[in-house]
Design a binder for this molecule. Sequence first.
Ligand SMILES: Nc1nc2c(ncn2[C@@H]2O[C@H](COP(=O)(O)OP(=O)(O)OP(=O)(O)O)[C@@H](O)[C@H]2O)c(=O)[nH]1
Ligand SMILES: [Mg+2]
Length: 258
Amino acid sequence: MAQAVDSPKRVLREQFGVYSNPGQFVIALAGNPNVGKSTVFNALTGLRQHTGNWPGKTVDNAQGTFTYHNKSFLLVDLPGTYSILAHTVEEQIARDFICFGCPDVALVVVDATSLERNLNLALQVMEMTPQVVVCVNLIDEARKKGIEVDIDALEKELGVPVVATAARQNEGLDHLLYTLHRVATGECKTKPNQLIYSPAVEQAVQLLLPGVERLIGARLNSRWVALRLLDGDRAFIERIGMHLNLTEVSIVKEAANR
Ligand SMILES: Nc1nc2c(ncn2[C@@H]2O[C@H](COP(=O)(O)OP(=O)(O)OP(=O)(O)O)[C@@H](O)[C@H]2O)c(=O)[nH]1
Ligand SMILES: [Mg+2]
């Protein structure tokens, strides 16, 4: 039964070379370049994905597994990306897996010393899926700089669990595992706070929504797709259409004929 339920997701992941076992939870590690994603990955999986102090080192989907409370997890370490509106090939790899690879949890790693810039990606991912955990890494560096991050306030503000870590020193990783397990199993229900845009944009979203919903059903988050149509990033719209087996034209036509 478990296999029958999660097999469509597994087929989608396999397009990205990610082969999960039945019942295994898939966690995508996303975040800006150089925030410690691979360091978190290595600490949780015991593997040695290359890390270093320059951006853009991780160029592919590195994968590793770990077990926690008798549950198996497959962790996918992604290249750094600033935005889902990707510019480089590496950013597209990360973006496409987060958007179309159906991870059970997106673990967004952010830099505690540069939260404002880093939260942009977290908010973008939260618009797409509720299954998000935010890992505020480099908390040791923040402390050194006299920056205090109010984790509880951030958690309330975002509506998803937030965990502080210093991954290089193994600090906070137990709590991170505990949190990932709770979100993946559904023990912890997340409720991401959604961004509200200007009235004109919100009105346009409402116009597009019925058509988008009819066309894509539950395959992707409809509000998210409507917002991407409004962004007008043609390459990304085509990518969404490819994923859904639709052409861009049919998405727009259907939305217009709602
Ligand atoms: N002080 C401190 N350094 C860290 C911590 N986590 C990672 N680092 C260091 O930060 C640098 C970048 O870490 P990576 O794990 O390679 O970062 P990444 O996010 O995978 O980078 P990209 O793959 O380029 O996106 C390395 O020198 C790590 O040792 C931390 O919590 N504290
Ligand atoms: Mg990396």
